[in-house]
Design a binder for this molecule. Structure first.
Ligand code: PMT
Length: 400
């Protein structure tokens, strides 16, 4: 899976830098093309000559060459890579990555990279356990970076504990696994619905809900990062379209979302229905503003909207995968299970407003994924992007 993959190997100032030579050799043996970007401190631990001899490329460390003024473009480098691996990653580099402190070539390259990023921390046990390091690692996770946990054992300080960079073969295996599973989504056509729907009452009012679109947009971003061709059908939200191969179709009402989704589903391999679709709409839409001419209560006649998930469930072929969401406020598991069966979904993602930090608008979510085979996977509270990664990994486990 590494054949032809372009990998940036970032090396920082840790004694574990000597193992980077083995990482380079292992990646190249598997057919990858490696470009080393090393920090000034990294050069104290391993010489650029060793690394350029192994990669057959000049090692990049500075923004420009002192010899002839050649400019090293971190933007071009970031776009060139299929993956960025930072091994070893010191506490200092992890802190800079988490906080966008772009004071060396490696951090500017990291900030410009569109490719998946893997980080293999290496440091003394107390530095690794320190709350600031742990917080920075969590921030990197929330950005969707993959952390390759360090191992336990004797450290350079001769203390024993967690902080030793993972062994080169294991690091290479993580990259191989990533490219193997992400290949499952390469060029797959994925339709995602996101956001709320607005059901018009008159030219100035509508019936809507609190969905911000964040969960659906995070799914679109992660699917595109895994190489899928994404069609994102978005209700009225104020989010920019994430980068990557994403075609966005903006709709307003449940009816419009139904038409767009039905149209795209025929060619799709997977559909993920994350939108909070209104179940009802006003029976009539006034063409002019409804006036408050009467005293007391007002009656609204509502008619049911079409159920997009159920319609797709009825159309679904054996080659298509249908994933729904269930937003619940009580008895979540029971309701989610019922929806999965009634709508003929393969998976349903339950999120409940009973859990703090879950559901509408926030940047986090807490989910349980139920499968048609009776499997139930409970996840802790995570960023919506990380939740999207969990959902995509579950989809990939079914596709493989
Ligand atoms: O957008 P955010 O602010 O990030 O919030 C994310 C979210 C809470 C909206 C999202 O995580 C979520 O739970 N989306 C589904 C919300 C919902 O409408 O759930 P439901 O239980 O009412 O619907 C069940 C499933 O049927 C959903 O997949 C829904 O998209 C689908 N449905 C519902 C009604 C309808 N007419 N057509 C549908 O396709």
């Amino acid at each position: 899976m590494l054949q032809g993959k372009k990998i940036i190997l970032g090396i920082t100032g840790s004694i574990a830098a000597y193992k980077s030579a083995l990482i380079v050799r292992g990646l190249i043996k598997k057919g990858a093309e490696v470009q080393v970007v090393i920090t000034p401190a990294g050069k104290e631990f391993i010489t650029p000559i060793t690394l350029s001899a192994l990669t057959s490329k000049p090692v990049i460390s500075d923004f420009f060459s002192n010899r002839d003024g050649t400019w090293n473009s971190h933007v071009d480098l970031g776009l060139w890579a299929d993956a960025v691996l930072i091994a070893p990653a010191t506490a200092s580099t992890i802190g800079k990555m988490a906080n966008g402190i772009a004071d060396n070539m490696l951090i500017t390259t990291y900030l410009s990279a569109k490719a998946p990023v893997f980080v293999a921390p290496a440091m003394d046990l107390d530095m690794f356990a320190h709350p600031s390091t742990q917080r920075n690692i969590e921030i990197l996770r929330s950005y969707g970076n993959h952390i390759i946990e360090p191992g336990e054992g004797e450290l350079a300080s001769h203390l024993i504990g967690k902080g030793r960079m993972e062994e080169p073969e294991a690091i290479i295996a993580v990259l191989e696994d990533f490219f193997t599973t992400s290949a499952l989504l390469q060029k797959k056509k994925i339709v995602i619905t996101a956001g709320p729907t607005y059901e018009k009452l008159d030219p100035v009012r509508f019936i809507g809900n609190y969905s911000s679109g964040k969960m659906g947009f995070a799914l679109a971003k992660v699917c595109a990062a895994h190489g899928a061709d994404v069609t994102l059908i978005a209700g009225p939200v104020s989010l920019p379209t994430p980068a990557g191969s994403i075609r966005r179709i903006d709709v307003e009402s449940a009816d419009q979302m139904y038409d767009a989704t039905m149209e795209c589903f025929r060619q799709a391999d997977v559909a993920i229905l994350c939108a909070a679709v209104a179940d009802y709409r006003p029976a009539t839409q006034q063409t002019t503003k409804i006036k408050r001419e009467q005293q007391g209560a007002m009656q609204l006649d509502l008619v049911p909207n079409k159920d997009i998930a159920a319609a797709l469930g009825a159309l679904k072929t054996a080659d298509q995968l249908l994933v729904g969401f269930a937003l619940e406020t009580a008895d979540g598991l029971q309701h989610a299970q019922g929806k999965m069966e009634r709508k003929n979904l393969d998976l349903i993602v339950l999120n409940s407003l009973e859990d703090a930090g879950a559901g509408f608008q926030c940047d986090t979510n807490k989910i349980t994924i139920l499968s048609r085979q009776g499997e139930q996977t409970v996840y802790p509270l995570k960023s919506k992007e990380q939740v999207a990664v969990d959902i995509i990994e579950k989809i990939e486990s079914i596709l493989c």
